[in-house]
Ligand binder design. Structure first.
Ligand code: OSB
Ligand code: MG
Length: 369
């Protein structure tokens, strides 16, 4: 394909409820969308970077700048582009995986729309719908947490993930187990808030029959996670922040740092690398599941396609649109019997609703070749 132009759109979207994690509280989503126009086809990608560099080093404004200053000039210099040529064209630039992923996704969407093929089919999906879990933030009190979890279970979510941090860990997990019983699928996510010295706390969490403990230690401390497992932690450790590529996933698995992997295409540079991680994990007998980054319907649609691959055997963090936004950017995704349908249309299968896009867009920048 020949790229005609790339448009970057910034949207300001209020979340329906504040989302607190060990690294901070999100009340709005500072969204960066990439729109590629190539050979008359249009393609969309959502950059998952958050407004501040608290989950990882990337953040929205920096991602926007990286695209304009570094990534787009390299890509637009190519006479002919396919999704497979994006990562090689950008490989000289270190990091900036979320920016790279958004750009690759937009190119892939345009390519698949032209070819008339759904992303799910292109990636090798085997399921028409995906099991939907929900990530529940840190609350001000246990009763408020229990109310929130009660609402999500009523809405049919297949699994609950509790955000934890030192001081908000054993008590909330015990309270949720006590109130909702042993049958509730339950897991926790620390977003790197613990240290190797917290083994005693983590061992107490072992008593609650959790599906997994996600990213207890810092991103760089892959060896520390292996150390926790070797020290006798029974609950499987799942890595999120630490897994930045298929090579790192392979290393984490072979060194015993994790038994489960959370896959977020934005974190690893795109859907092609995400699929390689899926394959590496499948070959090693390591189950994976689809993480989330509070995406709009644009990012959610593409994540659903990936989450329909065969080794995605644990419930996803892909929740219904109404868990995030009063008005999503696309037709809303809904949870039915704990599952969300994978879009069946060509490409990512959805586009922004024009009026909603116009209303929420606060900035636009067009880059031409
Ligand atoms: O660690 O999985 C995470 C949201 C933003 C940043 C990091 C994470 C999360 C979530 C929510 O847990 C996932 C979602 O509902 O999109
Ligand atoms: Mg996580």
């Amino acid at each position: 394909m020949k790229i005609d132009c790339v448009e970057l759109l910034r949207l300001d979207m209020p979340l329906v409820t504040p989302f607190r994690t060990s690294f901070g509280t999100q009340t709005r989503r500072d969204v960066l969308l990439v729109r590629v126009v190539a050979d008359g086809a249009e393609g969309w990608g959502e950059c998952v970077a958050l407004a501040d560099p608290l989950y990882s080093s990337e953040y929205t404004e920096a991602a926007h700048r990286a695209l304009v200053d570094q990534l787009l000039p390299r890509l637009l210099a190519l006479p002919d582009v396919t999704a497979a040529s994006v990562a090689p064209a950008l490989a000289a630039v270190h990091g900036h995986r979320m920016s790279k992923a958004a750009l690759e996704t937009a190119v892939l969407d345009a390519q698949l729309r032209s070819a008339g093929m759904p992303l799910a089919e292109y990636l090798g999906a085997v399921q028409p719908s995906v099991s939907s879990g929900v990530s529940v933030g840190i609350h001000d009190s246990i009763p408020e947490l229990l109310d929130a979890v009660d609402g999500y279970l009523d809405a049919g979510y297949a699994r609950i993930k509790l955000k934890i941090e030192p001081g908000w860990d054993i008590e909330p997990v015990a309270a949720v187990r006590d109130r909702f019983g042993d049958q509730t699928l339950l897991q926790v996510d620390a977003n790197a808030a613990y240290s190797r010295n917290d083994l005693r706390t983590l061992r107490v969490l072992d008593r609650f029959d959790l599906l997994l403990i996600e990213q207890p230690l810092p991103e760089e401390d892959i060896a520390g996670h292996a150390h926790l497992a070797a020290a006798g932690l029974q609950t499987p450790i799942c890595l999120d922040e630490s897994i930045t590529s298929a090579a790192v996933a392979h290393q984490a698995i072979t060194t015993g740092a994790c038994r489960i992997v959370n896959i977020k295409p934005g974190r690893v540079g795109g859907y092609l690398e995400a699929r390689r991680i899926h394959d590496v994990c499948a070959a090693a007998g390591v189950p994976v599941w689809a993480g989330g980054m509070l995406e709009t319907g644009i990012g959610r649609a593409a994540n659903l396609a990936l989450a329909a691959l065969p080794n995605f055997t644990l419930p996803s963090d892909i929740a219904g649109s109404d868990r995030y936004f009063r008005q999503d950017l696309t037709d809303p995704f809904t949870v039915v019997d704990g599952r969300i349908d994978v879009p069946a249309g060509r490409g990512i299968g959805v586009t922004p609703i024009p009026e909603v896009l116009a209303e929420l867009t606060v900035r636009r920048e067009t880059v031409r070749r």
